[in-house]
Write a protein that binds this ligand. Structure first.
Ligand code: TYD
Ligand code: MG
Length: 452
């Protein structure tokens, strides 16, 4: 492509095109394509030869430096055991969810552990950040504060200061004078993130980049940033709930899908080190439509309550409303119940919800979802001391899932005494729970609710 050739980028999926179009060919979004300044022209000649070293030398030449712990155990867990020096981390989330609060607290924690921290806010004036710090009880934390949006100035500052950790809040406010586009546009976000990630690697400074999520659930120009960084964390929570979940969706230095749980209080975010207890707190008296799922989030077992409500529908097409679970999965489970067990939900509205604002993505939740649905439909409560897990196949069979033992141990710890699980599951050791293995959904329905 010649230097002057125009380039068009989809703001939803970051795909690039040579021509404008009303609809993105890649992701199907309408009106999302905008003209972008080209990144740069291709190389004009062959470059000099790069240096290589044998893989086996790496261990001796550059031993991995130790990770820095913040002392916030939930954050350290999600990072995969602490902050890796010279790494680049993206923290995404809805505006107002608490990213700035979380990262100011993280900066203070790291600083107190002896990591030199620089917090650069492009969104708030320093007085505002200081006020927030006071509210969080961090006014005396040894964190350096900057309010800059010019990336060139920021990089100069970072080069002079050489902190252990720099926080850039947010990437959408940063701009590079070499890119002719407004701050927040895909090309600015991409170029700014590229400069920051490069700097992190070259100068050994860990950088946390904050990014706001757009309505479609993506950070503006997000895909490109996601590819560049080592770790992508999402900070999420349901509106109206005080719980916040920091979820690793990509981590080069640890388990992805790891979650950290926080509670938003008047004095900032408090860590929730026992999420199962939290999600099951305030559980109502045994009521039809409630089932406790023994799940795994990352490396940690987490118990959640799945709630269902089934009611006659006045509509031609009954409602299927889902919060915290995949709606496609609900349709599949309803179809299996109808086709394999002979229990139809036609003419019935179905509402499904994960209590506490959690989001469950594991297929292992299938059995608990089916149990909640059946329990609501048949108006029969599931025993209060029972947990459930297992994947439902299209044939109606129950498939064993990973980490059976961990799930059961967590359930035992929280006082549960029985578990419904796939017949093929093999817990390694005696757990002290009454295990009720079921071969398929029909067997489960027969045992729990009498013959379908
Ligand atoms: P903020 O960190 O500014 O969100 P983001 O950076 O993701 O846009 O969080 C703002 C919200 O958090 C705001 O609605 C007020 C609330 N909040 C508390 O409830 N307690 C606190 O101690 C603080 C600092 C904020
Ligand atoms: Mg903010």
């Amino acid at each position: 492509m010649s230097k002057s050739a125009p380039s068009f980028t989809c703001t939803a999926c970051a795909a690039s095109f040579r021509k404008w179009a009303g609809r993105c060919e890649n992701c199907g979004a309408w009106n999302s394509i905008i003209e972008e300044a080209p990144l740069s022209s291709g190389p004009k000649a062959i470059g000099p030869r790069g240096r290589q070293i044998p893989l086996s030398d790496l261990a001796t030449e550059e031993a991995p430096p130790p990770r820095a712990k913040s002392g916030m155990s939930e954050l350290d867990l999600v990072l995969g055991g602490g902050l890796v020096p010279a790494s680049a981390i993206l923290v995404g989330g809805d505006p107002g969810i608490g990213k700035s609060t979380l990262l100011l607290q993280a900066a203070a924690s790291f600083a107190r552990q002896g990591v030199k921290c620089l917090y650069i806010s492009g969104e708030e004036a320093s007085a505002q950040v200081r006020m927030r710090a006071q509210r969080l009880g961090l006014a005396d934390a040894p964190v350096q504060l900057g309010t800059e949006t010019s990336l060139r100035d920021i990089l100069t500052t970072l080069d002079a200061e050489r902190p252990g950790l720099a926080i850039i809040d947010s990437i959408q406010t940063m701009w590079l004078d070499t890119v002719e586009a407004a701050p927040g546009s895909v090309s600015q976000v991409r170029a700014a993130a590229h400069e920051l990630v490069n700097f992190a690697k070259r100068r050994g400074v860990a950088i946390i980049i904050v990014g706001h999520v757009t309505k479609e659930g993506q950070i503006a120009g997000p895909r490109v940033v996601e590819h560049m960084v080592d770790t992508v964390l999402y900070f999420e929570g349901e509106r109206g709930h005080q719980f916040r979940i920091l979820r690793a969706v990509k981590n080069r230095f640890g388990a992805s899908d790891e979650i950290g749980v926080f509670e938003m209080t008047g004095q900032g975010l408090a860590e929730v080190t026992n999420p199962s207890a939290l999600f099951l707190a305030n559980r109502d008296a045994p009521a039809p439509g409630s089932a406790v799922f023994a799940g795994i989030e990352g490396t940690r077992p987490v118990l959640t309550e799945i709630q269902a409500l089934v009611a006659p529908s006045p509509l031609g097409t009954p409602r299927r409303t889902v919060v915290g679970l995949d709606s496609g999965r609900l349709s599949t489970i309803l179809a299996v119940l109808e086709a394999r067990v002979g229990i139809p939900f036609t003419g019935l509205d179905v509402f499904l919800n994960v209590a506490g604002g959690m989001r469950v993505t594991e297929p292992a939740a299938d059995l608990a979802v089916a149990a909640a649905l059946l329990s609501a439909r048949e108006d029969v409560a599931i025993p209060r001391d029972m947990v459930l897990f297992g994947e439902i196949s299209l044939s109606g069979a129950l498939r064993p899932v990973s980490q059976t033992e961990n799930r059961l141990k967590e359930a035992a710890k929280l006082g549960f005494t029985q578990a419904a699980l796939p017949k093929g599951s093999k817990p390694g050791a005696a757990i002290g729970l009454n295990l009720r293995g079921m071969a398929d959904l029909a067997a489960f329905t027969g045992e729990m609710f009498g013959a379908g």
